[in-house]
Design a protein around this ligand. Structure first.
Ligand code: CA
Length: 223
């Protein structure tokens, strides 16, 4: 009798432990799901003064917070951008803007200054230079590659009509430092922690590397 009672309480005990483990697992899953969900913020980032591609009156604005030194940003540009452009920018549904993020120190800063310089001197050529910068990122992204000389060389090959002297003067004088500092203030304001960060209007996309997630966020805004 006693023995039977003991084995029954063992069964009950085991069942409770199993139930607890299942419950913990479920809570964990829920938490993970929550972290992987797009976040709607109180506002969308302003794109004033930023490079913008797409129709001015497009109903949805997508902002990329990107760093020219970041390999994921390069990958995003190579893989997701062409699809986004084809599906939404070329069809007039989305206008796209880029904000500089300086997570990789002095080289990020110099690449940001160079891109803001091109935006100021040759605004029509901004996106050509933008792509040329990412194309120049070496396979080992930790390798040092952003210098005044490399910025000039990339700008020269991307933009045949480049005013070289003006480009170097503007770079050396850091004449676009206010634009770079403004971008840093946006990064802080929107608490950008990772690059690339993609915002679709006021929604921060949880998985920006997954094109389907970006697409779903845009389609939800278009409804
Ligand atoms: Ca900017």
């Amino acid at each position: 009798m006693n023995k039977k009672k003991g084995s029954r309480s063992f069964v009950v005990y085991t069942a409770i432990v199993v139930a607890l483990i299942v419950a913990l697992f479920a809570v964990n899953q829920l938490q993970e799901k929550k972290e992987n969900t797009d976040k709607t913020l109180s506002e969308a980032p302003s794109i004033e003064g930023q490079p913008v591609i797409g129709e001015e009156n497009a109903p949805v604005t997508v902002v990329e917070f990107g760093d020219f030194k970041c390999p994921s940003c390069k990958a995003w540009g190579d893989v997701n951008w062409p699809q986004l452009k084809k599906d939404f920018v070329d069809t007039g549904k989305v206008k796209f803007a880029h904000v500089n993020v300086l997570f990789h120190g002095e080289e990020s800063r110099m690449a940001s200054l160079a891109s803001e310089t091109i935006l100021q001197l040759h605004p029509d050529q901004y996106w050509t230079f933008h792509k040329a910068l990412y194309d120049a990122q070496p396979a080992n992204h930790d390798d040092s590659w952003v210098t005044e000389e490399s910025m000039l060389a990339i700008a020269k090959s991307a933009i045949p009509e480049l005013d070289e002297q003006k480009f170097m003067d503007t770079m050396k004088a850091e004449a676009t430092v206010n634009a770079v500092n403004y971008d840093i203030s946006l990064v802080n304001k929107f608490n950008v922690q990772l690059t690339p960060t993609i915002m679709v209007n006021d929604t921060m996309v949880a998985n920006p590397m997954d094109y389907a997630s970006v697409k779903a966020a845009i389609e939800s805004e278009l409804k």
